[in-house]
Write a protein that binds this ligand. Structure first.
Ligand code: AHM
Ligand code: MG
Length: 334
């Protein structure tokens, strides 16, 4: 029988010998704790009375679901109690949440999308939590500008997928590890060690409803896939779109493919470059992809090199199997 490795066991080995081992482990376990609580709310659905709209919008003008707000509160309560955070920025809050007086402050900042894909909640579809941990060295409390660090500064990134099983997927910069929640024991157990994105794949993920507005490089890439074995790729492709970045990226980590949420002419007319947010969607997912031997790009730049100019900045996103992202980058440069 293979040895059962819990998240706590994994953290002890992963952080061994590091001066910040205890801090990073405590913070990671608090994130896992928050995800266990959010998973329980998601799992109980209508019975927990948490479905439906909250009747207000977030800073980005998107309708908030009740569970968006509850998940945000749970995540803040659990992670700040670790004593390792200096501040928390979230999709659901205009500005960062400062650690209250009387609660210990630490040397990390966290950015989070507490319930990604929340339009899936009411239809019992996959959702997730995405998080990114950044270093913070100052003594004084941070301001929003302190969060504006490029993705290549992250010390921990990951997501929790709430689907048929609850899975926590993490990187500290030494590969990607996936854990499945053991509901009987209430703990995450290593189930997917050393996750690797297959270098090649014949599967793509994009919301094709926006095809009329795509720019030429995306149009060319998808057109060539859709032509199948009669087209220039000479092979048939498959398409999947979960409406949840966590669900789509998880599938790609498991079996390859590309996830695309490009900017398009209609968005740009409305003053937006893409939909997904750099600091708590694109950067953490981009680092996971790279750590699993995949790639993540905006079309102009490696996602991890984009220096944020605001907490809720949006970026075009292309990530997944290395050879397909290389091809997309080539199409963007010609
Ligand atoms: P959210 O953070 O408000 O839930 O939005 C992000 C989600 C992603 O999970 C998903 O990939 C995308 O929005 C789906 O967008 P669309 O409805 O345009 O297909
Ligand atoms: Mg969200």
């Amino acid at each position: 029988m293979t040895k059962r490795i819990t998240l706590a066991d994994f953290l002890a080995a992963e952080t061994q010998g590091q001066s910040n081992a205890a801090a990073l482990s405590a913070l990671t376990l608090s994130i896992a704790d928050a995800c266990v609580d959010i998973a329980a709310l998601v799992r109980h659905g209508e019975l927990a009375g948490v479905l439906g709209a909250a009747g207000q919008e977030n800073v980005q003008g998107e309708e908030q679901k009740k569970l968006d707000i509850i998940a945000n509160d749970v995540f803040i309560d659990k992670t700040q109690a670790s004593g390792q955070l200096a501040g928390i920025a979230s999709e659901e809050m205009d500005n960062h949440h400062p650690i209250p007086e009387g609660v210990a402050r630490g040397n990390y900042l966290i950015t989070v999308d507490p319930l990604d894909g929340s339009s899936n909640i009411d239809v019992n579809g996959a959702t997730g939590t995405i998080f990114s941990v950044l270093p913070y060295a100052k003594e004084s409390p941070p301001d929003d500008a302190d969060f504006l660090q490029a993705g290549n500064q992250q010390v921990l990134a990951g997501y929790c997928l709430y689907s048929s099983a609850t899975m926590l997927v993490l990187t500290f910069g030494h590969g990607v590890a996936g854990f499945t929640l053991d509901l009987d024991q209430g703990e995450f157990v290593l189930s997917h060690p050393a996750m690797q994105v297959p270098a090649q794949s014949r599967e793509f993920s994009i919301n094709a409803a926006y095809a009329a507005h795509w720019h030429a490089p995306i149009k060319r890439y998808i057109d060539e896939c859709v032509q199948g074995d009669a087209g220039p790729r000479g092979e048939n492709f498959n398409m999947r779109w979960a409406g949840s970045m966590v669900g789509d990226v998880h599938r790609i980590l498991c079996r390859g493919g590309v996830f695309l949420y490009p900017s398009d002419a209609r968005m740009e007319k409305a003053g937006k470059t893409g939909k997904l947010r750099l600091m708590y969607e694109a950067s953490p997912m981009g680092w996971l992809m790279e750590q699993a031997s995949g790639k993540a790009h905006t079309g102009a730049q490696n996602i991890l090199e984009v220096i944020p100019t605001s907490l809720h900045q949006r970026v075009p996103v292309m990530m997944g199997s290395a050879s397909e992202i290389d091809r997309l980058m080539e199409y963007h440069s010609t």
